[in-house]
Structures are given as structure tokens and as C-alpha cells.
Design a protein around this ligand. Structure first.
Ligand code: UDP
Length: 238
């Protein structure tokens, strides 16, 4: 079923999506494949904003569990997202797509600082905007950053790319009985505590009426299909 093409999307990739076969860091081949998927969307006329997590490198909670101050750990996590965004910017440019990293933390020598007006201008000019450093604040996640930026740029679809085909009642990798949800409301996601995104991110999307498509990033062509409005994966409706 096709619901019409989305013009401006925000794609959330977890840091772990870049891991692939690598033990840590970034799998270069996988990065190139993901960049090609994004490039296909841009070539098809979509404006694409991208938020990449940092979980392949550092997570604040994990560092804090080892005794580190939580805020310092979160700052390291946010810097990890900048590294991933720089890698993706490079891969996109090698795929022939102009891209700009905009960081919520100021690192002027490395990338632009986040400005909503400039971000929208980049998108209008066909550049992929990589929103790095999350929200710029500790105690948040890049899922929350993705919903925040989606609301700010007026994205008409948020896409969360995962390792599984969509939303399940339980982890389908561990529980083969897990039920698959094709369509679900934000209210239900909250009530049943479905592990889609953290609560802050879900509430922000709900309150701003942003639909969320959850799909498997390793399915070739899935992103282009999601942008074309195909009923791929799961849809969370406002
Ligand atoms: N982070 C943060 N504030 C934000 C976004 C991220 O402090 O607004 C930190 C936090 O420590 C988090 C890490 O950056 O664990 C990496 O982000 P996340 O865990 O969301 O990455 P993902 O799981 O998507 O790879």
C-alpha cells in the first residue's frame, strides 16, 4: 500500500548500525552501503536529515556503570555521535551527495554548529544534514534528538532504522513468539511500553503529530520504499 511520497524525512540510525562485522568502531563497507541508501533517497527528490547514535563507541550510562561521572560519560557519548556523523558525511560525499554535519556542541574547526534556519536551507539545497552531538545535553538520547530535530525542521516522517523488521511485543531475536505490530498508536506504545524509542522521544513525536516508521536498515531499498510511502516495517501513528 502506498501513502504518497514524503518530502522531508529525519532518519535515525543507531551507532550500532555502523558496527556490522567490526568489533568496535565503524564497518567501512557497511557505511558505504548505508550512504548509498541515503543517496538514493536524495536522488529521488527527498530532503534527508540524519541523526546517528554513538553506541558503537561510547554510551554515558555504560561509562557511568564503570564508575565515571555520568555527565562526563554523556559528553563522551555526544562526541562519539560527532565522529559517526563525520564518517557518514565523508561516505555521502564520496557517493556524490553533498552533506553537512551540524553539531549541538560547538566544535567550530570540525563542523558547523546547529542552527535550525541554516539546516532547513541546506535541506532545501539538496544537502543531507547530519545532526550530531544529540541534543547537546546530558541525560538525553539520540532518539530524543531525532524527534526534536524532526519537529524543528518540520519533517513529515521520522524513520527509525533498526536491526529487526519493525515493532514487536518482545525482542524477536530472543523470543520467537513475539507479536509483530504493523500499525500502532503512540498511546499504545506508551501504555504497553513497546521498546520503540525512549519515552521522551515518543511523547515529543506524539505531541507534534510526527508519524514514525520503524524498519530494518539491512533490507536493501527499505529506506527508499519508506520515503515513497510503502507500508514497510511498522508505522506508529499520532
Ligand atoms: N547523549 C547525550 N545527550 C543526547 C544524546 C546522546 O548525552 O542528547 C549521549 C549519551 O551518553 C548516549 C550517547 O550519547 O548514551 C550515545 O547516544 P545513544 O545512546 O542514543 O546512541 P545509539 O544507542 O543510538 O547508538
Amino acid at each position: 500500500m502506498t501513502q504518497g511520497t514524503y518530502k522531508r524525512i529525519l532518519l535515525k540510525l543507531s551507532g550500532e548500525a555502523l558496527l556490522g562485522q567490526a568489533e568496535s568502531g565503524i564497518d567501512a563497507g557497511l557505511l558505504a552501503r548505508l550512504a548509498a541508501e541515503v543517496a538514493d533517497c536524495v536522488t529521488g527528490g527527498a530532503q534527508v536529515g540524519l541523526v546517528i547514535g554513538g553506541g558503537n563507541l561510547f554510551r554515558g550510562a555504560g561509562l557511568a556503570a564503570g564508575g565515571m561521572d555520568r555527565v562526563t560519560g554523556d559528553q563522551m557519548g555526544m562526541l562519539a555521535t560527532v565522529m559517526n556523523a563525520l564518517a557518514m558525511q565523508d561516505a555521502l560525499e564520496r557517493a556524490g551527495v553533498p552533506a553537512r554535519v551540524m553539531s549541538a556542541l560547538r566544535i567550530d574547526q570540525v563542523c558547523e554548529g546547529f542552527s535550525r534556519r541554516r539546516a532547513v536551507e541546506h535541506l532545501r539545497r539538496g544537502r543531507v544534514v547530519l545532526f550530531a552531538a544529540g541534543t547537546g545535553n546530558p541525560f538525553f538520547t539520540t532518539d530524543s534528538a531525532a524527534s526534536l530535530r524532526a519537529a524543528e525542521i518540520g519533517a513529515d516522517l521520522l524513520v527509525k532504522a533498526t536491526k529487526v523488521d519493525g515493532i514487536y511485543s518482545d525482542d524477536p531475536m530472543r523470543n520467537p513468539q513475539a507479536r509483530f505490530y504493523k500499525r500502532v498508536t503512540y498511546e499504545r506504545v506508551l501504555q504497553e511500553r513497546l521498546g520503540v524509542m525512549d519515552t521522551t522521544a515518543i511523547v515529543l513525536c506524539r505531541d507534534h503529530g510526527i508519524p514514525l516508521r520503524v524498519m530494518n536498515i539491512y533490507t536493501p531499498g527499505a529506506l527508499v520504499r519508506a520515503v515513497a510511502g510503502d507500508d514497510i516495517g511498522s508505522l506508529v501513528e499520532p
